[in-house]
Design a protein. Structure first.
Length: 354
């Protein structure tokens, strides 16, 4: 579905249907990789789901990442081997430079310029996990950091997962966030310069950037076009973090209660993503199924980061029976029965430009 007419919040536009289930999406919200009968195919949502590339997927990987131009697909195998497949059908492989062990909930991303791969996981040797920076072409290690030395008081940080946000455009900026219990254990930003990670908010206090964020936990993070770190917390507040300025606290921009129904079953739980001055946050509805409470993505709440005003609430296409909805970077995918329905958020600026 799409909204009946253009609105200050933009539109949700149906793109099409393709065979397979969702395997990965690029953070910029254009390319989606679908797995179908032992193959991964990357589709371009801006060109009617045209197939950009395809490669075998015989052994499911621990993590996947789609390149920013759709022509690269990185796969982390269970044996700690990383592969990057190109549009020519060739694959480059390399063993990761870590001790043997099985990663716990790894996250894998390309940087926005496509030059590097960022991998965060637990090698089985470190309670706090490790971040690896790899050359996306040669797969040679460039830099790494053991997170356990920064989060020894919060050993569950990797068990709960470490979220990665990638800067927009051709940025080399990445951000990390992780929680343990009711606390934010890690919030940090790094820039890759000549293969070296330049950290902000990690070498001293791993949660220092979270000072001034009112909620107990960081629910979701994004990097805006201005390179500010944007945080959605557990109390529904959206804050910006001026990470380049040491000692500067987060600034509250808005609270998500304004665009939501006056009902405790609705909440902005993330993920979040940006388009220029706009931020979109996934809205979920809590419901009871089989005696358990579950959350279902039902909409996008769109916020103007400059004014702090909500532009509106866009309804997501309702899932059909048995469908699983996945939202990332502005792509909305609903998979069921070996097929995936794909829609995308089109911001007002995108609509105006064509």
């Amino acid at each position: 579905m799409s909204t009946a007419s253009p609105s200050p919040a933009g539109r949700i536009v149906e793109v099409g249907v393709a065979a397979g289930r969702v395997a990965a999406m690029d953070p910029a919200g254009r390319f989606v990789a679908l797995e179908d009968r032992g193959r991964l195919t990357v589709h371009d949502s801006h060109r009617g789901l045209t197939a950009v590339m395809s490669c075998p997927y015989r052994v499911p990987g621990e993590a996947l990442a789609v390149g920013p131009d759709g022509t690269g697909l990185a796969v982390l195998r269970t044996d700690l081997t990383i592969e990057v497949h190109g549009p020519d059908g060739q694959a480059r492989r390399s063993a990761l430079p870590v001790a043997t062990g099985r990663p716990i909930r790894p996250s894998l991303r390309f940087t926005a310029d496509g030059a590097c791969l960022v991998l965060v996981g637990n090698t089985g040797q470190e309670a706090g996990g490790r971040l690896l920076l790899l050359d996306a072409v040669t797969l040679e290690p460039m830099d790494n950091v053991a997170l356990e030395t920064r989060v020894t008081a919060q050993p569950a940080v990797v068990d709960e997962g470490v979220e990665i946000a990638i800067g927009p455009g051709a940025s080399t900026t990445i951000a990390l966030a992780a929680c343990s219990g009711d606390d934010t254990a890690l919030l940090a930003v790094a820039r890759t310069t000549d293969g070296v990670l330049r950290w902000h908010g990690l070498d001293t206090d791993p949660a220092a950037l979270a000072e001034g964020v009112p909620g107990e936990r960081v629910m979701a993070i994004a990097l805006s076009d201005t390179a500010d770190l944007v945080v959605l917390d557990s109390d529904g507040f959206v804050s910006t973090v001026p990470w380049r300025t040491p000692g500067t606290s987060a600034r509250i921009v808005a609270h998500s209660g304004e665009p939501l129904p006056d009902d405790d079953t609705w909440a902005c739980n993330g993920p979040i993503f940006t388009r220029g001055r706009l931020l979109a946050a996934v809205v979920e509805r809590e419901y009871l199924a089989g005696g358990r409470y579950e959350w279902e993505a039902t909409g996008l709440a769109v916020l103007d980061l400059r004014t702090g005003r909500w532009r509106g609430l866009l309804e997501l296409p309702p899932p059909q029976r048995g469908e699983r909805t996945v939202v990332e970077g502005g792509l909305i995918c609903r998979s069921a029965g070996g097929r995936t329905h794909i829609a995308r958020w089109v911001s007002p600026a995108d609509t105006a430009s064509g």
